[in-house]
Design a binder for this molecule. Structure first.
Ligand code: UDX
Length: 455
């Protein structure tokens, strides 16, 4: 099949590279010519496991092409996938300007002699599919030569390729049976798991024989995406609430979480208490669904509470430091980790940013270290008056306390004796519960985890 992918952000690039591996011819389009030029040179703009190998292999085989002009790619495509960004506006609503400008560009280019399926992968408010269909329809004078499909992605950064080729499910929200058939063919290698090893992606997990396909209406598909992220984010906020109670009653949330997660109705994942969730999806999607519900005159209390608990969880770190050190004015605090989670340099909605701002407001001196996200942080947040250090030990040197913000593997393996030797006071606030309390206290540290007893 011939495919076009519009928008070379994270989702677009991953989708394009994976589909090209299945033998489809994939044209990747972005309106930013500089991005396309560097992709043509196989320079991958995101830090993602395996991505460089996969892109290189598919560019070399001629299956993956990058272009900064929509034509002829759109005109000759069987499927056009929209994967442009939909960042949140101040109101909580996503900004759909790029989405609708891509839609109009597609409408102008469709070949009336060819049936093309236009697929929405960008996360868009529930109901957007009908606006997409009417824009395309009005531009082309009818619906007969195109179909509209809502096909949400559920990929996690850092596991994006794996999640794309070995997904838990594929959701197809389609306007007509003809479109379902096309998209089923597009994803057949994934549904049937009929492909061999792919460059940059580990082999298929043994249990995976076939991927579940949900064929439904576009509005259901749009809602599934929001509902999934609401569930995951709320699950984390809920375990963080449990953690806050654990702290007060002297229980350990890591044990409690293991105990409840073994109940198969609950499940063990997304039950790690900590400083709360961040990233490009959860905050944006919860704000968007709150906004949509509000438009229909409904206030979803639990979703609102999940957001509030998350905000409070970030502020809690500053309060914990005040409990341990008193006034933070003039105190030196080392921060380990900037990215919203390990194995990415993504700083979107990263808890680190709020924690650092909170500390600076209190007059603390802040030193930070992150294995990959420091350049991004310097570039995006020049307002943060912190010192960037080039190792965890340097960030800890002379510090009154050290805060674990992102659970990078290298922080788990820190030499505790060396760490204690360089700090002014051996105080650790472990926002990700990476250390064993007893062992670290034995080394002479004052240790505060999240939802764990103080002694
Ligand atoms: C998420 C969803 O998982 C994915 O399906 C969706 O398409 C996009 O949003 P991602 O943002 O890459 O993916 O990150 P994820 O691994 O889900 O983690 C999100 C945040 O939750 C991170 O800040 C992480 O640290 C936090 N988290 C996750 C916890 O605090 N506890 C957990 O148990 C799990």
């Amino acid at each position: 099949m011939i495919i076009s992918v519009v928008g070379m952000g994270y989702v677009g690039l991953v989708t394009g590279a994976c589909l090209a591996s299945f033998g489809h011819k994939v044209f990747c389009y972005d309106r930013d010519p500089a991005k396309i030029e560097s992709l043509k040179k196989k320079i991958v703009p995101v830090y993602e496991k395996g991505m460089k190998e996969l892109v290189e292999a598919n560019v070399d085989s001629g299956q993956l092409l990058f272009t900064s002009s929509p034509n002829p790619a759109f005109r000759i495509s069987d499927v056009i996938i929209i994967a442009v960004g939909t960042p949140a506006l101040k109101t909580g609503e996503p900004d759909l300007s790029s989405f609708f400008s891509a839609t109009r560009q597609i409408g102008e280019s469709l070949d009336p002699e060819r049936f093309t399926v236009v697929v929405t992968k960008s996360t868009v408010p529930v109901g957007t599919w009908s606006k997409l269909a009417s824009i395309l329809g009005s531009q082309r004078g009818g619906h007969s030569h195109f179909g509209v499909v809502s096909n949400p992605e559920f990929l996690r950064e850092g596991n994006a390729l794996w999640d794309t080729v070995y997904p838990d499910r594929i959701v197809i929200g389609a306007c007509c049976q003809r479109s379902v058939k096309v998209i089923r063919d597009l994803y057949r290698p994934i549904i049937e798991q009929s492909f061999g090893n792919l460059p940059g992606i580990p082999p298929r997990p043994g249990h995976l024989k076939r991927v579940e396909l949900i064929v439904t209406t576009p509005v259901n598909a749009e809602m599934i995406k929001y509902a999934a992220n609401v569930f995951l984010a709320t699950k984390i906020s809920l375990i963080n609430e449990i953690a806050n109670i654990c702290e007060r009653v002297g229980a350990d949330v890591t044990v409690v979480s293991r105990g409840v997660g073994l109940d198969h109705r609950i499940g063990p994942e997304f039950l790690k208490a900590g400083i709360g969730w961040g990233g490009s999806c959860f905050g944006k999607d919860l704000a968007s669904i709150l906004h949509t519900a509000g438009k229909y005159g409904y206030f979803p209390q639990i979703i609102d509470a999940a957001v509030q608990v998350n905000t409070r969880q970030r502020q809690k770190i500053v309060l914990d430091l005040e409990d341990l050190l008193g006034d933070l004015g003039g105190r030196t605090i080392g921060i380990l980790g900037l990215s919203f989670k390990p194995n990415t340099n993504d700083l979107r909605d990263a808890p680190s940013l709020d924690i650092i701002s909170g500390l600076l407001e209190k007059g603390a001196v802040v030193k930070v270290y992150d294995p990959v996200a420091m350049d991004e942080c310097k570039r995006q947040h020049p307002e943060l008056t912190v010192t960037y250090e080039y190792s965890a030990i340097k960030a800890a040197s002379n510090a009154d306390a050290l805060v674990i913000v992102t659970e990078w593997e290298e922080f788990r393996n820190l030499d505790l004796k060396q760490l204690k030797g360089v700090m002014k006071q051996a105080v650790i606030v472990d926002g990700r519960n990476i250390f064993a309390p007893r062992a670290i206290r034995k080394e002479g540290f004052i240790y505060k985890g999240i939802g764990r007893p103080d002694k």
